[in-house]
Design a protein. Structure first.
Length: 163
């Protein structure tokens, strides 16, 4: 169960980050959004097609991870792993929709230029947080040479102290 949760979180995180980058490219760097919105096609159709294009791009880029697992499932006779495809489709669709919604809310709240900058900063900071959180167990465990960070900070967190 925990393996499935970790795989889902990794897949959602990967899909969200790719969708965020693709949303920035689709909204700001194509420079054709004004032309498309002024066309007789409704803006809902335009944004839906952009979201679907981003979702398909993310799905096919993530298939680099999913296809080898499904091949292993076929070779070793584990048909339950073939459920990765519908799961991968749903993860990518939900991550893409949330990423596009997040970018559009940023545009509405802070404006187009600041939203672009803020979203680019976030897409750079998210992988850094994943890397640092993967190193957190190494930082928190103590060994014979050094004490753990938690033990070093424990006196700062005690009642009446600084933190």
């Amino acid at each position: 169960m925990w393996v499935a949760v970790v795989v889902w979180l990794f897949g959602f995180y990967y899909g969200f980050m790719q969708a965020m980058r693709s949303s920035l490219v689709g909204l700001f760097e194509h420079r054709d959004l004004d032309l498309l919105i002024s066309s007789p096609i409704s803006s809902k159709v335009i944004f839906a097609s952009r979201v679907l294009a981003i979702a398909l791009k993310n799905f096919f880029s993530g298939c680099l991870f999913v296809i080898p697992v499904s091949l292993i499932a076929i070779l070793f006779g584990i048909p339950q792993l073939l459920g990765l495809y519908p799961a991968w489709i749903s993860i990518n669709l939900s991550a893409t929709c949330l990423a596009m919604l997040f970018v559009l809310v940023l545009v509405r709240v802070v404006g187009a230029k600041l939203a672009r900058t803020f979203a680019q900063i976030l897409t750079a900071l998210f992988p850094i947080t994943i890397y640092l959180s993967s190193q957190l167990p190494n930082l928190l465990k103590g060994n014979s040479n050094t004490e753990s960070i938690w033990f070093r900070l424990e006196h700062l967190l005690a009642s009446g102290n600084f933190l």
